[in-house]
Design a protein around this ligand. Sequence first.
Ligand code: PLP
Length: 406
Amino acid sequence: MSIKSFNPNRIRNKFPILNKKINNNQLVYFDNAATTQKPIQVIESINKYYSEYNANIHRGIHTLAEKATQEYEKTRKTVSKFINSRSEKEVIFTRGTTEGINLIASSFVKNFIKKGDEIIISEMEHHSNIVPWQMICEENEIILKTINVFENGEIDLDNFKELISNKTKFLSIVHTSNTLGTVNPIKEMIEICKKNNIITMIDGAQASAHSKIDVQDLNCDFFVLSAHKMYGPTGVGIVYGKEEILEKMPPYMGGGEMIKDVNFKKTTYNELPYKFEAGTPNIGDVIGFNEALSFINNIGLDNISLYEKELKNYASNSFNEIEGINIIGNSKNKIGIFSFTVDKIHYYDLGLLLDSKGIAIRTGHHCTQPLMDKFNLEGTARVSLAIYNTKNEIDYFVEKLKQLIN
Ligand code: PLP
């Protein structure tokens, strides 16, 4: 499909929820950074698992168990291809980005980073990429440093370089900010880290549905994402880690599945990736995730990026014409995420009033309180766009917002 033949309505038809009326108005779903809607193929595949081959995986030899294992492992193959990892062993299923970051903090950082060493994050991180580091730093007497973010929402690369010392051992940075939409120059940052022997972790929660991710090209050591922000189910995510690093790391949780042999003298652990997948996983949703990736692959990330860029520019131009609106962050490289305040209307009221018109937006601090503090804000309203959104929806939003302001 080329961008010329791209038809958002054909895509919208695949999402049953988009036909819904909210408060007697057609739903306009602009809360995609929180979670995306799910196409019918994802919903049906989960239904199919439970109605046709529900069984636990890896352990059973009966037909249902083999089918469930096959489908579950199929998703791992698709993810590996999707992010271009060298091996499927480098893909570990988690509950989502948050669990992925906690896994890396508990297993890698706790064991390989020493007292007095330093970890760098940035001021624009989501709480999931702040709090696990604070916890591990406090426990292990590691120092946590934060990279400055400019007023326009871009990261201060000079400040990043200044923060690096011979004690810096780890960088954990967001690829694309859920509040500002900023796309960080992560490839450049990873290169700087490589020269300084710093291990890198990329929070890809807001990136992976919008642009191509190639972990080998990026050369990051870890990459985490959540399926539910990629048209997939909730409760599924992945940690990508370089095989040689994952091999050295101890398990994150103990239990079934992650062992080779258990006895009271010494337990040995399973091979990668199972060493990190203790207990019965979220089988049905992992299977559903495969369909979400097919959905993205069928459109093509190049087409998605092109269409979303056009939509973002359209939204940006339309919003700039609204009197009384203040957009937070206008980075040169950003995706369709717009945080804003409106003079004299509290963001919370704005959210409620727009909801009465069928428009779903996010309000609050977006789990980025330190960033809000930086901009002297308690919270904002946020519009975040996805592949099924249209210019008509943006026009409708602008019309309703103007009415509210007037
Ligand atoms: N990182 C970023 C940038 C996010 O936007 C989010 C969710 O909004 C997360 C991490 C946490 O993702 P999850 O709640 O799926 O674990």
